[in-house]
Design a protein around this ligand. Structure first.
Ligand SMILES: [Zn+2]
Length: 216
Protein backbone atom coordinates (compact mmCIF):
# COMPACT_ATOMS: atom_id res chain seq x y z
CA UNK A 1 0.00 0.00 0.00
CA UNK A 2 1.19 3.49 -0.79
CA UNK A 3 2.24 5.43 2.28
CA UNK A 4 0.47 8.75 2.72
CA UNK A 5 1.70 12.01 4.19
CA UNK A 6 -0.20 15.07 5.36
CA UNK A 7 1.88 18.20 5.91
CA UNK A 8 1.15 20.78 8.60
CA UNK A 9 3.02 23.96 9.52
CA UNK A 10 2.52 25.37 13.00
CA UNK A 11 3.26 28.52 15.00
CA UNK A 12 3.59 30.96 12.06
CA UNK A 13 3.20 33.00 10.06
CA UNK A 14 6.73 34.38 9.82
CA UNK A 15 7.83 36.85 7.15
CA UNK A 16 11.25 35.17 6.78
CA UNK A 17 9.98 31.59 6.51
CA UNK A 18 6.33 31.30 5.42
CA UNK A 19 6.84 32.72 1.88
CA UNK A 20 9.67 30.23 1.32
CA UNK A 21 7.47 27.32 2.46
CA UNK A 22 4.68 28.52 0.16
CA UNK A 23 7.05 28.64 -2.82
CA UNK A 24 8.38 25.13 -2.18
CA UNK A 25 4.87 23.69 -1.83
CA UNK A 26 3.67 25.49 -4.95
CA UNK A 27 6.69 24.28 -6.94
CA UNK A 28 5.56 20.70 -6.29
CA UNK A 29 1.81 21.31 -6.50
CA UNK A 30 1.31 20.36 -2.83
CA UNK A 31 -1.34 21.50 -0.34
CA UNK A 32 -0.88 21.65 3.42
CA UNK A 33 -2.63 22.81 6.57
CA UNK A 34 -1.25 25.82 8.43
CA UNK A 35 -1.90 26.32 12.14
CA UNK A 36 -0.96 29.92 12.97
CA UNK A 37 -0.92 31.36 16.47
CA UNK A 38 -2.59 34.64 17.35
CA UNK A 39 0.47 36.40 18.68
CA UNK A 40 2.27 35.87 15.35
CA UNK A 41 -0.78 36.81 13.32
CA UNK A 42 -1.10 40.12 15.17
CA UNK A 43 2.43 41.22 14.28
CA UNK A 44 2.71 43.81 11.47
CA UNK A 45 2.17 42.09 8.13
CA UNK A 46 0.97 38.87 9.77
CA UNK A 47 -2.52 39.04 8.38
CA UNK A 48 -1.33 39.77 4.82
CA UNK A 49 1.03 36.82 5.05
CA UNK A 50 -1.72 34.47 6.18
CA UNK A 51 -3.95 35.78 3.41
CA UNK A 52 -1.25 34.62 0.96
CA UNK A 53 -1.38 31.17 2.56
CA UNK A 54 -5.16 31.07 2.11
CA UNK A 55 -4.97 32.41 -1.46
CA UNK A 56 -2.53 29.62 -2.34
CA UNK A 57 -5.28 27.13 -1.46
CA UNK A 58 -3.93 25.82 1.83
CA UNK A 59 -6.21 25.11 4.78
CA UNK A 60 -5.88 27.35 7.83
CA UNK A 61 -6.64 26.15 11.34
CA UNK A 62 -6.58 27.62 14.83
CA UNK A 63 -3.52 26.88 17.01
CA UNK A 64 -4.50 29.12 19.94
CA UNK A 65 -4.05 32.80 20.65
CA UNK A 66 -0.96 32.81 22.88
CA UNK A 67 0.46 29.26 22.55
CA UNK A 68 1.75 29.51 26.11
CA UNK A 69 -0.15 27.08 28.30
CA UNK A 70 -1.74 23.73 27.42
CA UNK A 71 -5.51 23.88 27.93
CA UNK A 72 -5.47 20.94 30.33
CA UNK A 73 -3.14 22.85 32.63
CA UNK A 74 -5.35 25.93 32.64
CA UNK A 75 -8.91 24.69 33.15
CA UNK A 76 -11.93 26.98 32.98
CA UNK A 77 -13.89 29.01 30.48
CA UNK A 78 -11.68 32.07 30.47
CA UNK A 79 -8.82 30.17 28.83
CA UNK A 80 -11.18 28.57 26.32
CA UNK A 81 -12.54 31.99 25.39
CA UNK A 82 -9.11 33.57 24.95
CA UNK A 83 -7.21 30.69 23.36
CA UNK A 84 -9.86 29.18 21.07
CA UNK A 85 -12.82 31.53 20.55
CA UNK A 86 -10.87 34.80 20.34
CA UNK A 87 -8.35 33.20 18.02
CA UNK A 88 -11.12 31.91 15.73
CA UNK A 89 -12.54 35.46 15.63
CA UNK A 90 -9.09 36.80 14.79
CA UNK A 91 -8.76 34.32 11.92
CA UNK A 92 -12.13 35.46 10.62
CA UNK A 93 -12.63 34.63 6.97
CA UNK A 94 -9.08 33.29 6.61
CA UNK A 95 -10.27 30.13 8.36
CA UNK A 96 -11.95 27.53 6.18
CA UNK A 97 -15.60 26.49 6.40
CA UNK A 98 -14.54 23.63 8.65
CA UNK A 99 -13.39 25.08 11.99
CA UNK A 100 -10.12 23.31 12.67
CA UNK A 101 -8.34 23.41 16.03
CA UNK A 102 -4.95 22.04 17.03
CA UNK A 103 -4.09 22.33 20.74
CA UNK A 104 -0.74 23.59 22.00
CA UNK A 105 1.16 20.44 22.94
CA UNK A 106 4.17 21.91 24.68
CA UNK A 107 6.82 20.17 22.56
CA UNK A 108 4.57 17.83 20.64
CA UNK A 109 3.50 15.60 23.52
CA UNK A 110 0.09 13.88 23.46
CA UNK A 111 -1.51 13.53 26.89
CA UNK A 112 -4.03 14.83 29.41
CA UNK A 113 -2.44 18.28 29.34
CA UNK A 114 -3.93 18.91 25.88
CA UNK A 115 -7.54 19.65 26.85
CA UNK A 116 -9.62 20.77 29.80
CA UNK A 117 -13.16 19.38 30.11
CA UNK A 118 -14.42 22.89 29.24
CA UNK A 119 -12.33 22.98 26.07
CA UNK A 120 -13.81 19.67 24.88
CA UNK A 121 -17.33 20.85 25.71
CA UNK A 122 -16.72 24.03 23.72
CA UNK A 123 -15.16 22.33 20.69
CA UNK A 124 -18.03 19.83 20.47
CA UNK A 125 -20.76 22.47 20.96
CA UNK A 126 -19.19 24.75 18.33
CA UNK A 127 -18.70 21.83 15.91
CA UNK A 128 -14.94 22.04 15.59
CA UNK A 129 -12.68 19.44 14.05
CA UNK A 130 -9.64 18.65 16.20
CA UNK A 131 -6.40 17.91 14.34
CA UNK A 132 -3.69 16.20 16.38
CA UNK A 133 -0.54 14.64 14.87
CA UNK A 134 1.51 11.43 14.81
CA UNK A 135 4.95 12.72 13.84
CA UNK A 136 6.87 15.56 15.46
CA UNK A 137 10.49 15.40 14.25
CA UNK A 138 11.39 18.42 16.43
CA UNK A 139 12.56 20.67 13.61
CA UNK A 140 12.89 23.62 16.00
CA UNK A 141 15.43 21.76 18.16
CA UNK A 142 17.32 20.00 15.40
CA UNK A 143 17.18 22.12 12.23
CA UNK A 144 19.62 19.86 10.35
CA UNK A 145 18.53 16.43 11.60
CA UNK A 146 14.73 16.55 11.54
CA UNK A 147 14.29 15.62 7.91
CA UNK A 148 15.95 12.20 8.17
CA UNK A 149 13.79 11.32 11.19
CA UNK A 150 10.69 12.56 9.43
CA UNK A 151 11.47 10.54 6.30
CA UNK A 152 11.84 7.37 8.40
CA UNK A 153 8.55 8.11 10.17
CA UNK A 154 6.81 8.46 6.83
CA UNK A 155 8.31 5.18 5.56
CA UNK A 156 7.14 3.10 8.52
CA UNK A 157 3.59 4.46 8.94
CA UNK A 158 0.64 4.01 6.58
CA UNK A 159 -0.41 7.66 7.03
CA UNK A 160 1.70 10.32 8.71
CA UNK A 161 0.45 13.69 9.90
CA UNK A 162 3.70 15.59 10.18
CA UNK A 163 4.13 18.71 12.32
CA UNK A 164 6.69 21.23 11.04
CA UNK A 165 7.08 24.89 11.94
CA UNK A 166 7.16 27.74 9.42
CA UNK A 167 9.15 29.79 11.87
CA UNK A 168 12.66 28.28 12.00
CA UNK A 169 14.47 29.31 8.82
CA UNK A 170 17.41 26.90 9.14
CA UNK A 171 15.05 23.96 9.59
CA UNK A 172 12.87 24.83 6.60
CA UNK A 173 15.94 25.07 4.36
CA UNK A 174 15.79 21.26 4.43
CA UNK A 175 12.14 21.20 3.35
CA UNK A 176 12.80 21.01 -0.43
CA UNK A 177 15.11 17.99 -0.08
CA UNK A 178 12.72 16.34 2.36
CA UNK A 179 9.76 16.74 0.00
CA UNK A 180 11.74 15.48 -2.98
CA UNK A 181 12.94 12.53 -0.89
CA UNK A 182 9.49 11.36 0.21
CA UNK A 183 8.11 11.89 -3.30
CA UNK A 184 10.98 9.75 -4.63
CA UNK A 185 10.01 7.11 -2.03
CA UNK A 186 6.60 6.96 -3.73
CA UNK A 187 4.72 8.59 -0.86
CA UNK A 188 1.39 10.21 -1.66
CA UNK A 189 1.20 13.72 -0.16
CA UNK A 190 -2.40 14.62 0.59
CA UNK A 191 -4.24 17.56 2.16
CA UNK A 192 -6.67 15.19 3.92
CA UNK A 193 -6.20 14.44 7.62
CA UNK A 194 -5.69 10.85 8.79
CA UNK A 195 -8.75 9.80 10.87
CA UNK A 196 -6.51 8.45 13.66
CA UNK A 197 -5.37 12.07 14.30
CA UNK A 198 -8.91 13.51 14.34
CA UNK A 199 -10.63 12.63 17.64
CA UNK A 200 -13.38 15.21 17.05
CA UNK A 201 -14.84 15.74 13.56
CA UNK A 202 -17.25 18.69 13.09
CA UNK A 203 -18.36 18.31 16.69
CA UNK A 204 -18.72 14.51 16.61
CA UNK A 205 -16.42 12.68 19.01
CA UNK A 206 -14.84 10.03 16.79
CA UNK A 207 -11.82 9.05 18.86
CA UNK A 208 -10.88 8.27 22.44
CA UNK A 209 -10.52 11.62 24.19
CA UNK A 210 -10.02 10.11 27.64
CA UNK A 211 -6.20 10.11 27.58
CA UNK A 212 -6.17 13.68 26.22
CA UNK A 213 -8.34 15.47 28.80
CA UNK A 214 -7.22 16.66 32.22
CA UNK A 215 -8.95 14.64 34.93
CA UNK A 216 -10.51 12.46 32.18
ZN1 LIG B 1 2.62 24.83 18.31
Amino acid sequence: MTARLTLSFDNGPDPDVTPFVLRELAARGLSATFFPVGDQLRKPGGRELLAEVAAAGHVIGNHSMTHTVPLGESPGWETVGREIADMQDLLGDLAGDEKLFRPFGGGGRLGPHLFSPEAVQYLVAERYTVALWNSVPRDWEDPDGWSERARRDVQRRPWTLLVLHDIVKEAMEHLPAFLDGVLADGVEITAELPPECVPVCRGEVTGDLGPLVAGG
